[in-house]
Structures are given as structure tokens and as C-alpha cells.
Ligand binder design. Sequence first.
Ligand code: NAD
Length: 319
Amino acid sequence: MIVRWGIGELDALLGKLGIERALLVTTQRFADLELPVHARFSGVQRHSPLEIVAAATAAAEGADGLVGLGGGSAIDTSKAVSAGTGLPLVAIPTTYAGSEWTPYFGMRDAARRLKTGGSGANTVAVVYEPTLTLGLPREETVGTAMNALAHCAEALYAGECADASRGAELIARWLPAVVSDGDDLESRTGLLEGAMHAGMALAERGLFLAHAMAQALGGRYGLSHGAMNAICLAPALRFNARAVPDAIASFGRSLGTEDPASKVEELARLGGFVRLRDFGVPETELSELAAETAARPGAAANPRSAAAADVETLLRSVW
Ligand code: NAD
């Protein structure tokens, strides 16, 4: 994977890759950004709905490459188009979600109220541009940074991982600074660098219980993936502590604490993420959500076996 810092690098990068007719895949927010692209699709929506992926794929007719720019939803949408068409993708993330590092992607099937997915994206390069993150609101900043922190925590389950440790350290250091001044470029750059390491750790190690809970919640209610990760990470860490105590301790060292779950809750509170009920999750559906979570690959791969009844207890603890 080619990695560049600075959007000014994009033109030369596309040239080096031999891409002459790039399609930009993004949201309305970045629709008119000055970029060296040939065509634009700016209809990306949260959680990459299936019909939006189909529309973006149709827009790729005649393109010889893709530039996916935005949060995880824009990156996942462009990855789905890349997988379907074989076109090379240059990803430009504008949140801390880390999707640029994995070949797989999620898509929301709204009719069935769940997240489906696929794999096989041909991502060839990532361009990081911290100034694009300056306008990211506090909730999205904290949520997507907590998603990145969950990548770090879960990557450590399988043993030491330099990117996971570095990512956690940078996120814990720079997230509070970004929350107190979202326009500070040094803090934004530090946080984006942390997210880059977190994404690399995700690609190396995969995702587990906290992510499975967040995905089930996102699939059912369309809720923010970041916010759901922020709420689900602490209970998943406490649940897993018995199975992977060294991993939890290592994560704590990166965060500068002996109680990483409490530190995670403290960081999540910066975005106002505390309880599921605040997001309208009905208490009556927690047992169905638990069953959906337990059936997800991330739960099945968790280092401590997580049956639906266990997950329900965890969901209730943060409801
Ligand atoms: P998102 O892409 O939906 O963005 C959240 C909100 O922030 C949107 O309203 C978006 O328009 C806005 N936004 C994005 N960048 C902005 C900026 N710089 N300034 C102002 N507003 C901005 O959310 P996300 O949390 O980045 O990504 C979540 C999605 O990505 C989920 O669907 C999740 O499943 C997926 N994801 C996939 C992977 C993977 O490896 N495949 C990894 C992480 C996340």
C-alpha cells in the first residue's frame, strides 16, 4: 500500500498509478472539493446502503480508477465499487475509522435491518490530509477515534502488535486535545496518525466482540458506528479480561493506566457516549440484538466464547 501525507500528492500519485479518468466517490460535503478527478459521485450515505453502492457502481462506467474520499461510509462504498469492478482505489479518509486498511466492507440492507458485507477491494494507496478533518464535529471526532481505539484494543488480543500500541498511545494523547480545540492542526495530525496505526492493526488482526456489538446496533438502527464502538468497548474489555489479561494490561500501558476499561469510558464521555438508551435503543430488543451479535464473525472469533446470554448481559450493562 502506498501511503502519502498531503492532498497535493494526489495528482502525481494518480499519474504514477496510470489513472487518467478517476471517479471521485464521496458525500455531498466534499462534492465540490478541488481534486484532479474526471467524474464525481457524491451520493454516499451513512453505512453504505446497498442501493447507493449500486448507484456508485453505475457511475464508475468509463472510469479507470476510484478516489474514495470521506469517512468510513465513503471509503466502504468506494471499496464495494472497487471490488465489483476491479478498479484500483485511492482512499482519502476524513474520519478516524480506519476502513482504508482492509479489503472488506460493510453495506446496510435497510429492508432487512442488518449489515451485510463483501471483500476484495483493490485499494492501492491512501492519502492522509489532516486539514480535511478540521471540520469534523465533536461527536464524529470522538466516535470515530473510539472506533480506532477499539481496533487497537482488539488487535492486542492475539499478542503484541506495534501498530496497536502506537495507535492507542497517540489516540489517548491527542483525542482530548482535539476535543478542546478541533481547529488545532497539530492535534488533528497526531490523532489522524494514531488512526492510521489503528487501521493497520485492524488489517493485521481483525475485529472481535466490541465491534460485533457495534455492527449489530448499526445494522438494526443505523446508529453511528463510532458512537456504538465507544459504548461497547469497555464492557467487551471487562468481559475479555479473564481470557486475555496480558492483552488488556498491554492496552492499559499504552493508555497510561492500569484500568483501561475505565479510561475508555472516560474518553467515550468526551463525545457524550455513555448509554444505549440515549440513542433510542429499546430495552425490549436487547435479547434479539444479543442473538444478532453472537451470530457475527467478530463474536465467533472473540478470545472468550460469547454466547447470546453473555452478550445480553453486556448490552444491559450499558443500556
Ligand atoms: P461516516 O463515514 O458515516 O461519517 C460520519 C459522519 O461524518 C457523516 O455524516 C459524514 O458526512 C461526516 N463526515 C465525515 N468526514 C467529515 C469531515 N472531515 N468533516 C465533517 N463531517 C465529516 O462514519 P465513520 O464512522 O467514519 O465510518 C463508519 C462506517 O465505516 C460504518 O459503515 C462502518 O461499518 C464502516 N467501517 C468499515 C471498516 C472496514 O474495515 N471495512 C472500518 C471502520 C469502519
